[in-house]
Ligand binder design. Structure first.
Ligand code: DGL
Length: 271
């Protein structure tokens, strides 16, 4: 078989990880991408660490079996609760990039010693992972779980009354007084970043992980995804979901502004 770029495997519970996939696809136009949305099991943010580990491990197995040469966990809930499990399945030869460490690195470089806000799902905030990593890098952290946001976004509620009311309820009452930047610790949230920004005091920056993650991937050795591959189509994008849902279909099409062909693939053991 000829040498070619092996696909980059990217996964999330739903459409949120597409924000990361888009940044990766811009930086790696030659690489095929395989996106896995675990629509049968979202939201991850309300699941226990054990269940998130279970799903993340099964998706990783699928992506490895599909020949992926690198895996991106485009989900903060899985990055903070299942990184070890994903790494152990990917093995030493397939690099794994999570969405938290690259953004922490970028934030720490710019805001050392300053106060940083983080919003994310319950699973992410309760894991304490952002708080620990940012504190280790000398930042003060104000973290808050914003549990309803990801489901609302998945259902198509952004740039409207519902999302504004929710964001307002989460961001007001002084929870983030004095912060210099607010990290969007959920890959769904970039879809409402303008609304979030408009409710923060002037001068506070809103930071998402997409570009930092794409950069972290490009910091890997050039041939991280080179290998024998039967892919004839370098720029191929595949979108796989564990349950063919209308909300994912509409969300993905709204996101890309063009029709998206979805494949359904049940995870092993899934009913
Ligand atoms: N987009 C995901 C995250 O970054 C998951 C949201 C969810 O399924 O609750 O945490």
């Amino acid at each position: 078989m000829p040498k070619a770029f092996r696909p980059i495997g990217i996964f999330d519970s739903g459409i949120g990880g597409l924000t990361v996939a888009r940044a990766i696809s811009k930086r790696f136009p030659q690489h095929p991408l395989i996106y896995f949305g675990d629509t049968a099991h979202l939201p991850y943010g309300e699941k226990s660490p054990e269940l998130i580990q279970h799903y993340a491990a099964r998706i990783t197995r699928e992506l490895v079996d599909l020949g992926c040469g690198a895996i991106v966990i485009a989900c903060n809930s899985a990055s903070s609760n299942a990184l070890k499990e994903v790494r152990s399945i990917a093995g030493a030869s397939i690099p794994v990039i999570d969405v938290i460490q690259p953004v922490v690195e970028a934030v720490a470089q710019r805001f050392e010693g300053q106060s940083i806000g983080v919003i994310g799902t319950r699973a992410t905030i309760d894991s304490g992972w952002y708080q620990r990593l940012l504190q280790e890098r000398g930042c003060r952290v104000k973290a808050k779980a914003t549990p309803l946001l990801a489901s609302a976004i998945e259902e198509g509620f952004h740039a409207g009354k519902v999302s504004s009311t929710l964001i307002e309820a989460y961001l007001t009452k002084g929870a983030f007084d004095g912060i210099k930047a607010l990290v969007l610790g959920c890959t769904h949230y970039p879809l409402i970043s303008q609304e979030i920004l408009s409710l923060l005091p002037e001068g506070v920056e809103v930071i998402d992980s997409a570009d930092s993650v794409a950069r972290a991937l490009s910091d890997l050795s050039d041939d991280f995804a080179m290998g024998e591959s039967d892919s004839q189509n370098p720029g191929l994008r595949r979108f796989i979901v564990s349950d063919l849902t209308r909300s994912f279909q509409l969300g993905a099409e709204r996101f890309f502004g063009s029709p998206v062909i979805l494949e359904e693939r049940k995870l092993s053991g899934q009913a």
